[in-house]
Design a protein around this ligand. Sequence first.
Ligand code: TPP
Length: 648
Amino acid sequence: MVTTVSRVLNRVSSPADLRTLNDEELSALASEVRELLVQTVARTAGHLGPNLGAVELTIALHRVFDSPTEPILFDVGHQAYVHKILTGRAGQMPTLRQTNGISGYPSRQESEHDWIENSHASTALSYADGLSKAYDIRGERRPVVAVVGDGALTGGMCWEALNNIAASDRPVIVVVNDNGRSYAPTIGGIAEHLAGLRLRPGYERVMGTVKAGLPRVPVVGPSLYEALHGMKRGVKDVLAPQGMFEDLGLKYVGPIDGHDRRALEAAFAQARGFGAPVIVHCVTRKGFGYAPAENDEADQMHQSAPFDPATGAVVAAPPRRWTEVFADELVALGERRDDVVAITAAMCEPTGLGAFSRRFPERTYDVGIAEQHAMTSAAGLASGGLHPVVAIYATFLNRAFDQLLMDVALHRLPVTVVLDRAGLTGDDGASHNGMWDLALLGVIPDIRIAAPRDEPTLRAEFHEAVEIEDGPTVVRFPKTPLPAEIKAVRSVNGVDVLAEPGPDALVDVLVIAIGATAADTLQASRAATDAGYTVRVVDPRWVTPVNPQLIEFSRHARLIVTVEDGVAVGGAGSRISQAVRAAGVTTASREVGIPTQFLAHGKIADVRMKAGLTATDIGRRIVEWSALVQRAETDTLSTADSEAIDTA
Ligand SMILES: Cc1ncc(C[n+]2csc(CCOP(=O)(O)OP(=O)(O)O)c2C)c(N)n1
C-alpha cells in the first residue's frame, strides 16, 4: 500500500526531478505511480482507467516539456491524476475528490502546472490555440501542448480549433491519447481514421503478440512494463503527414506506443523541435497495467466507485438510482412505440441507454462527445417523423442550449431531453453540478419541463413527456439515490399536494417543492409546522408552463416559498413568483435554490451544506420568512389602526 509515498516517487516533487532519473528508475516510477493510482481510487473513487493509460505519456511529457513555462493542457482533465502526482501532489492523493482535498481535475488553485479546469470535453485545443496566439503577440516562442483523447476528439470544438491551429505556424503540439475508447469504444469516422493509422502494418501485430504472452498481475511491475517497453521500440515514429491530418495541413508523428516512454520522449522531442503545429498520435490502453481495469469490458474502470484493490470488485452495492428507472421505462416505451429512438453523446451506459441499445441497436445513436450535434440531429430525426429521446447529464446540456432553443423549440419538434445528474453532484466539482438547466431552459418559449420527485413520478412524467408531439419536453432527475415513494394526499389540476392542514385551509405558507427536493422540503416544512405555522406543500410535477393551480393555491397563502436544486437566480422559483405576480396575486414569495457560485468539489452532503440547501437550512428559512411576513402584517395592521385614529 502506497499511502506514504515511496522510493523513486519520494524523490519527485516537481517535473525537473524527472529529468534526473535513469531508465530503470523511470520504469520503477511508472509502477509506483500506478500503484498509487490504484490504492487511491480504491478508497476515494474516481477516474482510474484513463490515468493508468496515461502514466508513461505524462512522465514523457514532463521530461520533454518545461511545464509550466511550456503549458501542458489536459482535455477534460480526468486523466490528469498522474500529472498531479508528478507536480508535487503525490502526498495529497489520499484527499483526492474529498471535501477540502485536491480536485479530481486540474485546478488552478492547486498548482501553477494546471492551466484549465473546466472538465467539459473538447476544449483543450481551443485553449492551446488562444494561449499560443497570446505568446505570439507577446513575442514569446513557447510550445503549448494539448493532450486530447480520441473520445474528446469527436467533439466539434476540437475541429474548429484544428482548423485554426493548422493554418498557423505556432508551436501547438496536439498529443492524441488514443485508447480507442471514450467510456465505451469511440465511434464514428474520426475514430475509424485513427484506428486505420493505428493498424498500420506491423504495429498491432507486435503489440498483440507481446500482450498475449504476458502474465496477468493486478498491478504492473517493472518486468511487465519492460517487456512491452523493449519490444515496441521498433515501431515507427516518423514525422510524416497522414491522411486526414495531412488534408488539414498538420504534421503527424506516429503512431507511437503510448507505453514506451523512450519512444514517446523521442516523438515529443521531435515535435517540440519542429516549432510548428503537429499531431503526435499515441496509442495507449485504458487501464494499462492493472488487470481488473484492462479486463473490465464495460468501461475499463473509467470511473470507479471504491473497490478492493486486489480484485477490482466494487466494495458496496450501488444504491438504486433514478437512471435505472428511466432505463426500464425507455425499453418498455421502445417495445410499445417503434417511432422512439435514443441518442447519447458517448455516454450510453451512464445515462441509462444501455438496455435500450441492446434491445434496439438500430434505434440507438451514439454521436460521440457532441451534445450540440446530438440535439440538432434529434431535430432532424423528429422532422423525419420519429420521437427522439436525448439522454445527457444536466451539466452538458449547457453545450446544446442554442440547438435546443433554435433547432428544436423554434421548430416545435417533439424531442424529449432526459437530464440525469441534475442538481448537486458533489465530488466532480464545479463544472459537473447540474445546476444551470432550469434557469437556462426557463427562457425557451413553450418548453415543457418535468421534475419528478420519486420513482412513480419519474415513470409517469416520462410517459407524459413522450406523449407530447408539438414541441420539446425535458425530464430532469438527480444523481442522488432514489428516495422512498412520496405519496400525494391529493392531486388538483395536475398539482400534487404532499401535505396540508386540510383541503380548504388558508395557510401561512405555500411551499412549492421542485422535483427531487420534495423529501427535504417536506422535512423542512415540518419545522415550520412545529413553529406554529400552517403549511401546504405541493409538487407541481411540471415546472413549465407554470400550472395555474399554483396561482390558485397562492391566493390561499400568506407566503410562497419555492425550493429547487438549481440556481435560484432565474430558476423555477423566480418564474413561478413572476407568474403569481402577473396574475395580480400579492402574496409575498421567496425562492430557495443554489447560490450563483462555482461550488468546490466534495461530498454532496457537504456541498449541500455550503450551499445552504439542507432540510434544516430550508426549514430555518421558511420559519424566518414566515415570521417576517407575520410581523409585516401586524405592523401594517397597527399602522392602519393608528392612521384610523389620526384621521378620526
Ligand atoms: C462535453 C462533455 N460531455 C461528456 C463528458 C463526459 N466524459 C468525461 S470523460 C469522457 C470520455 C473521454 O474519452 P477520451 O477523451 O477518449 O478520454 P479517455 O477517458 O479515453 O482517456 C466523457 C464522455 C464530458 N466531460 N464533457
